[in-house]
Design a protein around this ligand. Structure first.
Ligand code: GDP
Length: 303
């Protein structure tokens, strides 16, 4: 299956909500009303939905679907905010590769969001781009979490650094970052813990992990990516803000978009955190992680 077909299939539930519920060719007021309901149901969020509807009304445009696409793409690109985005005959292409800064990507998120699976998928992705990849099983609080990553590593044929169960996660992070440098790997993808006794404890622990990486390899981690589960929708946003405050996110990965009609939450993530979405998860297999491309995403939702 090609990139775009996979994306479309992965977004089928949200797509159904946005596409089928709206009488696109009908009376504009009616379209806008149905659109408002559908956007809210898809977890685009109140603020973004209002911004979008206002822009549509102000534009007086008749080609409402195209106008929605343009505005959505704009809202999904916090860094670029391109002026004119869409052109007729847009053909989705496999997006540009996501090139991480530095050599260490620290992957954070609460348990159950798909963090460990995502680290494995990222390993597969970057190895296929020709990079020498090392995985770090930094979720040492959870034997199952660490074992799961090791299993993935074996299946994908990727090397992995793991510690004893209950080992200090910062020490494991230090070892993994040191090993990456010493052995000349291009990239360390480090899984981290997603739950401790208290949430405050988790944030403190993650800060320690980040400092340990820096100690082993100054300037690293170049990236800190948060994994968010689309199925939990906007409930994940508060969580995301706390991670951002604690460890300074440089990107977000939204998983399980295939499992929900609330894929609009991606818009809220970008709006709330002002941090770019780097990848999206549209299934459980190693190929089901795609670089996030706003135009392709919107096209897959609405075309
Ligand atoms: P963790 O606790 O955050 O490390 O979560 P796991 O990596 O163990 O994943 C939890 C479950 O979510 C597993 O069954 C994964 O296969 C599943 N999962 C992860 N990403 C996706 C995705 O993009 N789509 C779907 N449908 N399932 C996913």
């Amino acid at each position: 299956m090609g990139f775009f077909d996979r994306l479309k299939a992965g977004l089928a539930k949200t797509r159904e909500r946005l596409l089928s519920a709206i009488p696109w060719g009908g009376n504009p007021e009616e379209v806008l009303e149905e659109l408002e309901t559908a956007l809210l149901a898809a977890d685009v969020g109140l603020r973004a939905t209002e911004e979008l509807l206002e822009a549509l009304r102000a534009s007086g445009r008749k080609d409402l679907k195209e106008a929605v696409k343009e505005k959505l793409v704009q809202m999904l690109e916090p860094e670029e905010r391109r002026a004119t985005l869409r052109r007729l005959g847009f053909k989705p292409q496999t997006p540009k590769a996501v090139e991480p800064k530095g050599h260490v990507v620290m992957v954070v998120g609460v348990n159950g969001v798909g963090k460990t699976t995502t680290v494995a998928k990222l390993g597969h992705y970057y190895r296929n781009l020709g990079k020498k990849v090392l995985l770090g099983a930094g979720d040492t609080f959870r034997a199952a979490g660490s074992a799961q990553l090791v299993e993935w590593a074996e299946r994908l044929g990727l090397p992995v650094i793991q510690g004893q169960e209950g080992a200090d996660p910062a020490a494991l992070a230090f070892d993994a970052a040191t090993a990456r440098r010493a052995r000349g790997y291009d990239l360390l993808l480090l899984d981290t813990a997603g739950r401790l006794h208290t949430k405050g404890g988790l944030m403190e622990e993650l800060k320690k992990v980040k400092r340990a990486i820096h100690k082993a390899d100054p300037g690293e981690p170049g990236e800190v990516w948060l994994v968010l589960d689309a199925v939990t929708g906007q409930n994940g946003l508060e969580q995301a803000k706390r991670f951002h405050e604690a460890v300074g996110l440089t990107g977000v990965i939204v998983t399980k978009l295939d499992g929900t009609a609330k894929g609009g939450v991606v818009v809220q993530v970008v709006e709330a955190l002002k941090v770019p979405v780097r990848f999206i998860g549209v299934g459980e297999g190693p190929e089901d992680l795609q670089p996030f491309d706003p135009e392709a995403f919107v096209e897959a939702l609405l075309e």
